[in-house]
Write a protein that binds this ligand. Sequence first.
Ligand SMILES: [Mn+2]
Length: 255
Amino acid sequence: MQLPQGKKIFFASDFHLGIPDKAGSLAREKRICAWLDRIKAEAHKIYLLGDIFDMWFEYRNVVPKGYTRLLGKLAELTDAGISIEVFVGNHDLWMRDYFTEELNIPIHFGPVKIEVNGKKFFLAHGDGLGPGDRKYKFIRAVMAHPFSKWLYSWFLHPDWGLGLANYLSRRGAKHEGQHDGAFKGEDREWLILFAKDYLHKEHIDYFIFGHRHLALTIPLANQSLYVNLGDWINYNSYGVFDGQAFSLNYFNPHE
Ligand SMILES: [Mn+2]
């Protein structure tokens, strides 16, 4: 991909719409829409790297209520010709084809590599990569399996199914300890270990992940950069690639 003159690529993750309650989530949703309005003139492409929703379960003909402002804004942008791609996170991995059919937004269920202006990007939400946490990887594989989705959507009425998914999502958050998500150090962060290991195999200029709810960039060997996009609960952070360099920025709605 070659960026047109003056255009940029934007990255953000971990909106977690739905928590902590209706009012808190709505304020965040409006902030995200204001950010999308701010960047739309410059945006050639927008990648949303997972956990847009704190919980999402999609039946063949039923989607969770709410989030109309964000969904409308995404539709407005894709209708205007801006390309948007979405990755599922561990909180919203039960997506199907709603985003693709309704919003013209492709959904990715795993990592994706892209090349822009000669720079190589490795994009992923980040859950289940790197060493360790076999138990989580196993549960994720079961939950993501088409048979589980089929079973769930056929035998659980949406009011029950979405309630259970909500419960599981909150339990999962406790398990992953995202609220005490202090940086563990370069040699103990699974995604950094994953990136370092990956570099033995292939050069990547930018590893871009969500999931950790940390806003940070860490230089790795050979000009490679490791990025955690932060979140929109604490940081309102997002990544920008302008064709030459990547930077991590913070949205200020009052500017
Ligand atoms: Mn998250």
